[in-house]
Design a binder for this molecule. Structure first.
Ligand code: 13P
Length: 281
């Protein structure tokens, strides 16, 4: 059952948990996520990033994901991750996404608010939710770096942005980074507390791969309602494919056998994050 992000995060707030968001980019990643969700009976956010559009068009991704989840009982959000182009937001709205992330975080605050407001007006007319972002984070593929203590979301900007833009969820920068962490991950939990007290909208943590489980769960306890995970799932798939190829040197080896090995390994990581979010550990 497809629902929007606002409804999903209302559920998360009631239960004091976070809902995991996993990036997908092909049929194997969709199946890895969907099989885990069914096994764990976990609500889920399936995120297709704007940056994957050249790999698989937004419309094809929507049709593929919808074919799995449409008639299911589990609540699912079909989310467009990190989208900087208004045109691609429109494509996602037409294709049936129930949530979009408009990422104007690189722009000055006033411009970010104005541009996001326009997207919120459009999306809300279609009952689609909007996630916004404030603060500096490195690129989604892990390139670029976050210097600890710099580029963090400020409480005043978060308050103003949340009140004026009308977003349904706010992604914050408190030490989190996309990709493999270069040092030991550390989150500014006091800042998280202050932002949570200052804003009414649910908070989102990008760059959740690699954050030690107790720290991630503490962030959830303190009000993170959506965690974004990609790197751990993707690197696990790569390693499984490497292992499979290393042990299958037969030239008659079939491609789909390798992708199935990757998918199975990826699904296990997805399950782990579902447990982390449900605060079972
Ligand atoms: P990771 O790179 O830590 O998996 O984060 C993914 C993410 O935040 C996608 O938006």
């Amino acid at each position: 059952m497809l629902i929007n992000l606002q409804d999903m995060l209302r559920y998360a707030a009631e239960k004091n948990v976070a809902v995991p968001s996993f990036n997908v980019y092909n049929v194997e990643s969709v199946q890895a996520v969907w099989q885990a969700a069914q096994k764990k009976e976990s609500p889920i956010i399936i995120a297709f990033g704007e940056s994957y559009d050249s790999h698989m068009p937004i419309e094809s991704a929507a049709a593929l994901i919808q074919s799995y989840v449409r008639d299911a009982r589990l609540p699912v959000v079909l989310h467009l991750d990190h989208c900087r182009s208004q045109r691609n937001i429109l494509r996602a709205l037409r294709a049936g996404f129930t949530s979009v992330m408009f990422d104007a975080s690189a722009k000055p605050l006033a411009e970010n608010i104005e541009d996001t407001k326009a997207i919120v007006r459009l999306a809300h007319d279609l009952h689609v939710s909007v996630e916004g972002e404030l603060g500096y984070m490195n690129e989604e593929d892990g390139t670029g770096s976050v210097v600890p203590g710099t580029g963090y979301t400020t409480v005043t900007a978060a308050r103003q942005y949340a009140e004026e833009s009308g977003v349904d969820a706010l992604a914050i920068a408190i030490g989190n980074a996309h990709g493999i962490y270069k040092g030991t991950p550390s989150l500014d939990l006091d800042r998280l507390d202050d932002i949570r007290k200052a804003v009414a909208v649910p908070l989102v943590l990008h760059g959740s791969s690699g954050i030690p489980v107790p720290l991630l769960q503490e962030a959830i306890r303190r009000g993170i309602r959506k965690i974004n995970v990609n790197t751990e799932v993707s690197t696990t798939g790569i390693q499984a494919a490497r292992d499979f190829l290393a042990s299958h040197m037969d030239p008659n080896t079939r491609f789909e056998k390798m992708t199935k090995a990757a998918e199975t390994a990826m699904s296990q990581v997805v399950e782990t994050y579902m447990d982390i979010c449900a605060l079972k550990k």
